[in-house]
Ligand binder design. Structure first.
Ligand code: GLA
Length: 742
């Protein structure tokens, strides 16, 4: 009897864990799988709706065979065959779609790895040695044809999204060091087609995330940063679709994103047969890495995926992957709290009583996290001094931070603080003591940006110093959130303290140490959350996102400009990390005046914050803000974790409309903005997406009015096919609509 019970219990437990697993994975997809066919030497990875196939050709090269829609399990692939270059000017090595190439032989296309050996030899030709496979991963070991340089290509496929994570491990098993002059995580090869379009983002301070789209022609397009950090000029992300695609819903799209927060490059090129290949990794400009005998070099992760649901479907897939796989504590990470930040209200003029007064007002609105920005430390009165001296300024906070933190807690908010750990002002005690700690070339000028220099985090002593003071700050104070800022890019990237041949390792060691500090802090202070900020969106990539909980997309808080910025941002990154503050009007950026309701609705498209001077708000403003904050809390799960549909892009005309549908399908939220109405035309009808045709949804305006003949409840089919008319007329008008499933 006991035996039977225990069998039943075990069976129930197994069934239950299967159900839990299915719920957790939220997946209708078959499990990820990896197969190797010994006959044909073909590897196949399946995950989500994707199949990725690579094979070994007779030359021992690893060749891409297929990347696209998931294929039936019994579909066999013929063995890989090198592709002839057509003439003596194009050896097959240039036209065979290889997964990873050493620069050697007659290679002219972008290599993945280029080295110089101490004897002057620069020829590197990598061939297959062996492989191992796991449930969702493959490691393929390559080796140079004569020297003991080993490269392991590492692949992992995600069961839910079919997104592949690729990286390469380079090992020096020779007896001497050699120099890596160029290194990539891998190359993605697209199926043969001549109508590809490349989508990427460009930007600058206060104008990040402009989406660019262009046909892929012959030659190379290089997306890159030479700035020592991710940068806003380009972002390490791309999507490629075909000219015939319907932008948001249909069409085959291939995409990639690099998890690296140092200088990086993604090269999109056509080979002599017009085949498109994309190579990505640390930027090779001014690059070198001395790899000692016995050492390994692990490249950053390069993520890649495919969707046949257009650019819109592709960003939804990417958001899902970021939320469930990349971000800390995923898949069950916390929703973003509604935050208040003091920066635009006070700039550097923070002090105990001023912050306490703001905290009281913020709490009365329903804010959950109070963040004190720049100005609390050292001799920081302007941006000319103080960075590097991370003690609490005794004039501004005579009793330390504790009274303010206690007050914030008493108001039922948690407390956050701004820091800029990698920087130093020449006017600081730290610089006066350690002027050798910054990036510099001996005897050369040190270019300042915002009156600051960059600490060389590649140095072990600087790494230890930064980790130590941050750890102490978090140990001594009850802090829940750190806004980690980075307000300039590199110049004179010298590291005179190490031998010349090792100095360029700075490009790698610096970024690795930033990651290491964040990782150690997270481990020691697991309840502290971090935001990545770089004067706005200058350090947003999947590398930093694996260690931070949210990002600051732009210092531009003009709610109208933000529509375009947020639109571009969400092509690559989830609204669940996209902080968006409501600030004062007219904005400092454009002197534009916008209603408080408009500003709230724009910020509610992401993770809501308030960054205004609350001392100036009228009782009506406060009342409206309370309502909007409460409304936001009722929809934030949908906005932050749901599926985002771009119904009308702010880049295209007078209107902007987005819709988010919650994961459980219970709620949909629409945000609609009108720039300027003209000639008495009505606002375009809104046709919703992503609803269940047969379910009934009740409609409630979040702000503004729907047409008087709108039903209060209707089927998903009605909202999607008949649509809803919004009463929007005038300049800079906005409204929102919530649909709740009955
Ligand atoms: C950067 C940030 C701002 C603010 C200031 C403080 O510009 O992006 O949000 O924190 O620094 O100096």
């Amino acid at each position: 009897m006991r035996f039977v019970n225990s069998v039943r219990r075990t069976r129930d437990a197994v069934a239950l864990s299967a159900i839990i697993l299915i719920l957790l994975c939220g997946s209708q997809h078959a499990a990820a799988s990896v197969h190797f066919d010994k006959e044909t030497n073909v590897f196949r990875l399946d995950g989500g709706d994707i199949t990725y196939v690579i094979g070994l050709n007779r030359q021992g090269e690893v060749q891409t065979l297929y990347w696209g829609e998931r294929l039936p399990e019994n579909q066999q692939f013929p063995a890989a065959q090198a592709i002839s270059g057509l003439s003596s000017f194009e050896m097959p090595v240039n036209t065979t779609p290889q997964e990873y190439t050493g620069w050697g032989g007659a290679l002219y296309v972008e290599p993945d790895l280029k080295v110089t050996f101490p004897d002057g030899n620069r020829d590197l030709v990598l061939k297959y040695v062996s492989h191992t496979t796991g449930e969702d991963r493959i490691d393929i070991l390559l080796k140079d044809i004569s020297r003991d340089v080993y490269v392991t290509l590492q692949y992992q496929i995600d069961q839910q999204t079919g997104i592949l994570r690729r990286s390469a491990d380079i090992e020096n098993r020779t007896k001497q060091p050699f120099t890596i002059e160029q290194v990539a995580s891998g190359t993605w090869n697209l199926p043969r087609n001549t109508d590809y379009r490349l989508h990427y983002v460009t930007g600058r301070w206060a104008g990040e995330w402009s989406l660019q789209s262009q046909p892929i022609h012959g030659g190379k397009t290089v997306l890159e940063s030479r700035r020592g950090t991710t940068g806003a000029q380009n972002n390490p992300w791309f999507m490629i679709d075909q000219a015939a695609s319907d932008d948001q819903d249909q069409g085959r799209v291939w995409f990639g994103a690099l998890g690296w927060s140092g200088s990086w490059a993604i090269t999109v090129e056509q080979n002599a047969l017009q085949d498109v290949r994309i190579t990505g990794g640390p930027n090779s400009f001014d690059f070198a890495y001395l790899l000692k005998s016995g050492d390994h070099f692990q490249t950053p992760q390069f993520y890649g995926g495919f969707s046949d649901k257009g650019l819109g479907g592709t960003s939804r897939l990417l958001h899902r992957y970021e939320t469930d796989r990349i971000l800390p504590n995923s898949p069950s990470r916390k929703l973003r709290p509604v935050l208040y930040n003091s920066w635009e209200a006070t700039t550097f003029n923070v002090d105990e009583s001023g912050q306490m007064a703001l905290a009281e007002k913020a709490a009365s609105l329903g804010v959950e996290r109070f963040v004190m920005d720049d100005g609390w430390f050292g001799q920081r009165k302007t941006d000319h001094a103080g960075l590097g001296d991370w003690y609490v300024n005794p004039q501004k906070f005579p009793h330390g931070l504790k009274p303010l933190i206690d007050k914030v807690h008493a108001l039922h908010m948690d407390f956050g603080l701004w820091v800029e750990p990698e920087m130093v002002n020449p006017d600081s005690d730290l610089y006066r003591k350690h002027s050798d700690w910054v990036l510099n070339f001996a005897g050369r000028p040190r270019t300042e940006g915002r009156n600051q220099l960059i600490l060389n985090l590649a140095r072990p002593d600087v790494h230890d110093y930064v980790l130590q003071w941050l750890d102490k700050l978090l140990t001594d104070n009850d802090i829940s959130f750190i806004k980690w800022d980075y307000n300039r890019n590199w110049s004179e990237p010298g590291w005179p303290a190490v031998p010349v041949e090792q100095q360029k390792n700075i490009y790698i060691d610096f970024t690795r140490n930033v990651y290491d500090i964040l990782a150690q802090l997270r481990k020691r202070h697991p309840n502290v959350e971090f935001e990545s900020c770089s004067g706005g969106g200058g350090r947003v990539d999947l590398g930093i996102m694996a260690l931070t909980d949210e990002v600051w997309p732009s210092d531009n808080t003009d709610a109208y400009d933000r529509l375009v910025i947020q639109d571009g941002f969400t092509y690559a990154y989830t609204p669940g990390v996209m902080m968006a503050w409501v600030t004062d009007s007219p904005t400092w950026v454009n002197q534009r005046t916008l209603s408080l309701e408009y500003r709230f609705l724009s910020s509610m498209q992401g993770s809501l914050g308030i960054g205004a001077n609350l001392n100036k708000w009228s009782p009506e403003d406060i009342a409206l803000a309370k309502k909007m904050v409460a409304d936001y809390k009722s929809i934030r799960e949908t906005v932050q974790r749901g599926s985002l549909y771009r119904l009308r892009s702010p880049r295209e005309g007078e209107q902007s409309i987005t819709e988010s549908v919650s994961r459980d399908g219970q709620q949909a939220v629409v945000f609609a903005f009108l720039h300027s109405s003209t000639e008495n035309y009505p606002f375009p009808r809104v046709y919703m997406r992503g609803l269940d045709e047969n379910a009934t949804y009740a409609l409630r305006p979040l702000a503004g009015k729907v047409a008087s003949n709108t039903p209060t409840a209707a089927t998903g089919a009605y909202w999607m096919h008949r649509g809803v008319d919004l009463e929007l007329r005038g300049d800079f008008q906005a409204m929102g609509v919530i649909l709740q499933r009955k």
